[in-house]
Write a protein that binds this ligand. Structure first.
Ligand code: ADP
Ligand code: ZN
Length: 294
């Protein structure tokens, strides 16, 4: 099987070719410019490569409702030129193959559930904490869509008592993304996240916010694994701090073994590393291929 995969990120796109075992055989990456430029590069890349299906996991918001007349469109993004762009339709004009289509974080959750840190489990939640915060939800063996798609990066946390920063989200100010994504670290502390030393108070504050989001996720969805990825999570001291926060927040209330004794194997880093979203897009392509065949 030869499947195309597209990961559309806020700063860069990655395209690859892979198979049903999750092996990526070739890839390229290029900056996220206007849809014209990006689609040109995607089409050039896949042209002549004989892919049997393509899976797409992209930044959003996007329309993933198959019954909607704007299915396959990017919807309300402030990114220049992308709002209302018919992504799937444009690609179909060049490649008449089955296509899978979902958010980049749902793709990452799916990739992790097929080949990564949640392999063999029928639920997981994937957080990316990077330029923004995104949350992908896989539950009872399928990605959660609902009304539009989950937007867990914009939930409203309780503020840290020492935090005077107003928050960076253009829509909500001090939502989770506004207080805890990479750019908010830089605006609050005056230096980029990777320049803050591991014992800086920034990390306890960061864990306070991420820990709340993870706690709420456990209480709302009870996923069998929680995966924390994205550039900010490259700070190795952060994951143990988040686990501690979660334990403190829950305070013994959810007394299951995975939390009481096994939290190190329950709240984890991506098994697929930086490839979670691309592998997930590949998995969406494999799924689209299998769906069309039957
Ligand atoms: P994106 O979200 O754009 O796909 P990333 O997941 O790499 O990309 O996230 C980029 C954000 O993460 C930036 O705000 C950057 O400052 C922050 N970041 C990247 N590496 C680190 C690090 N080692 N420590 C703290 N923050 C980091
Ligand atoms: Zn917000």
């Amino acid at each position: 099987m030869r499947i195309g995969a597209i990961e559309g990120g806020g700063t860069k796109f990655v395209c690859g070719i892979g198979n049903e075992r999750g092996e990526i055989e070739d890839r390229i990456s290029f900056p996220t410019e206007s849809p014209d430029v990006v689609m040109g590069r995607i089409i050039d890349y896949f042209m002549g490569k004989q892919v049997e299906a393509i899976g797409i996991g992209t930044f959003g918001p996007i329309d993933i409702d198959p019954s909607s007349h704007t299915y396959g469109y990017v919807t309300t993004t402030p990114k220049p030129g992308w709002s209302g762009f018919p992504f799937v339709e444009t690609l179909k004009q060049s490649f008449d193959v089955p296509m899978g289509w979902d958010t980049d974080v749902n793709a990452a959750a799916y990739g992790e559930s097929v080949w990564g840190a949640a392999a063999g489990l029928d639920s997981c939640v994937y957080f990316t904490i990077g330029t923004g915060i995104g949350v992908g939800v896989y539950s009872e063996g399928r990605l959660v869509h609902g009304l539009a798609h989950p937007e867990g990066g914009h939930i409203l946390p309780r503020r840290h008592p020492d935090d005077r920063y107003e928050g960076a989200c253009p829509y909500h100010g001090d939502c989770l993304e506004g207080l805890a994504a990479g750019p908010s670290l830089e605006k609050r502390w005056g230096v980029k996240g990777h320049e803050l030393p591991p014992d800086h108070p920034a990390w306890a504050m960061e864990a306070h916010y991420i820990g709340q989001a993870v706690t709420s996720t456990i209480l709302l969805l009870s996923p069998k694994r929680i995966i924390l990825g994205g550039g900010v999570m490259q700070q190795k001291q952060l994951l143990p701090l988040v686990r501690e926060e979660v334990r403190r927040n829950l305070n013994g209330y959810v007394s299951v073994d995975a939390i009481v004794n096994g939290i190190n194997d329950y709240i984890v880093s991506p098994g697929l590393g930086d490839n979670a979203a691309l592998c997930g897009s590949l998995a969406l392509g494999v799924e689209a291929f299998n769906r069309r065949k039957h």
